[in-house]
Write a protein that binds this ligand. Structure first.
Ligand SMILES: NC(=O)c1ccc[n+]([C@@H]2O[C@H](COP(=O)([O-])OP(=O)(O)OC[C@H]3O[C@@H](n4cnc5c(N)ncnc54)[C@H](O)[C@@H]3O)[C@@H](O)[C@H]2O)c1
Length: 298
């Protein structure tokens, strides 16, 4: 199979990442797209976010006509029925919650419902693609396709080769990323892949420790990193943007398993913050609010 044989793409999960990846596939890739989630309400919410974003960032800015927007949207179909939704897909991208048990369960269902030629990709940020693939009968057709947040804007896609991923499969994912106007980079299946591993997993713990010990408020720590290293964003504001705080707490066990306790454990402040609802992510409170409302008064 080659990328030109891919006509229909299915996206599992219509949340923050899934809805935008589906939109990219329809808008930039020109594919027929089916998007699924656990309920019709969740699917509809994802479809609405796509409509709103096309209107705000393209139609209102004169980059697209209303008819063109309608055409893009007509290529996206939403359904809460996973098996029916993926039955005709040539390529499936999973973007459900970052939880190994859930992802394995989804991949078992996908393996049973998808056509034998279909490629299955996961947008996991940290988890082992080899372990996810192990529950299927087609591990050679499984790879990671790790977009960055917001996927409509960020250029990087990590193409993760699991132990049994075939060169054909990773090549198609690589070509798909290019077709979506992204800059793909190959990477072996290793905890956190390249960018998260190199830039956030360990470095962010020191940023949190500095804030926890009142060395400086979060805005100054971020400013130091931005001005000192020419980074466009600091590690703390990035965590607030992506909702990485909750992912770090929920993924602690996997991280310790893969990296060892020293690198894998969650800073106690992150655990405390997440328990109190300061998870970061769109519309949610994060580390900047935690400093303002809690820590600076302690
Ligand atoms: N947010 C980020 O910054 C970011 C960046 C890169 C990759 N990722 C990865 O993308 C994936 C999704 O993250 P997100 O931020 O979009 O999360 P999200 O919570 O916004 O969306 C997840 C969606 O999955 C759906 N879902 C859960 N169980 C399901 C099931 N059984 N069947 C169908 N749908 C189901 C949820 O209802 C939800 O709509 C995760 O693996 C995450 O690690 C996230």
């Amino acid at each position: 199979m080659q990328l030109q044989d891919v006509k229909q793409v299915a996206i599992i999960g219509s949340g923050n990442m899934g809805a935008q990846i589906a939109q990219l596939c329809a808008q930039v890739g020109g594919f027929q797209v089916v998007m699924t989630d656990m309920s019709q309400e969740l699917v509809d919410a994802g479809l609405k976010r796509q409509r709103d974003s096309l209107q705000k960032y393209f139609v209102d800015k004169g980059k697209m006509t209303t008819d063109q927007m309608k055409e893009v949207l007509s290529r996206i179909r939403g359904t809460a029925k996973l098996a029916e939704g993926v039955s005709k897909a040539d390529l499936i991208i999973e973007a459900v919650f970052e939880n190994m048990a859930l992802k394995k369960d989804i991949f078992k269902q996908l393996d049973a419902a998808a056509t034998p030629h279909a490629i299955l990709a996961t947008n996991t940020s940290y988890l082992s693609v080899t372990e996810i693939a192990s529950v299927t009968k087609r591990p050679e057709k499984i790879a990671g396709m790790h977009f960055f947040n917001p996927p409509a804007v960020m250029k990087l896609v990590e193409v993760v080769r699991a132990v049994l991923t075939s060169p054909e499969t990773s090549g198609i994912i690589f070509d798909l990323a290019k077709k979506l106007n992204k800059e793909p980079i190959y990477c072996r299946d290793t905890y956190g892949f390249l960018a998260n591993r190199a830039a956030t997993i360990t470095g962010v713990d020191d940023a949190v420790e500095l804030m926890w010990t009142h060395a400086a408020p979060p805005a100054d720590i971020d400013r130091a990193v931005k001005l000192g290293f020419n980074h466009p964003m600091g590690p703390l504001e990035l965590g607030d943007l992506t909702g990485d705080w909750a992912i770090r707490v929920f993924g602690e066990e996997d991280r310790i398993k893969e990296l060892g306790f020293e690198k894998g454990h969650v800073h106690p402040m992150i655990r405390m913050m997440v328990r109190a609802g300061y998870t970061g992510g769109p519309g949610k409170k994060g580390v900047y609010d935690f400093w303002k409302e809690v820590l600076s008064k302690w």
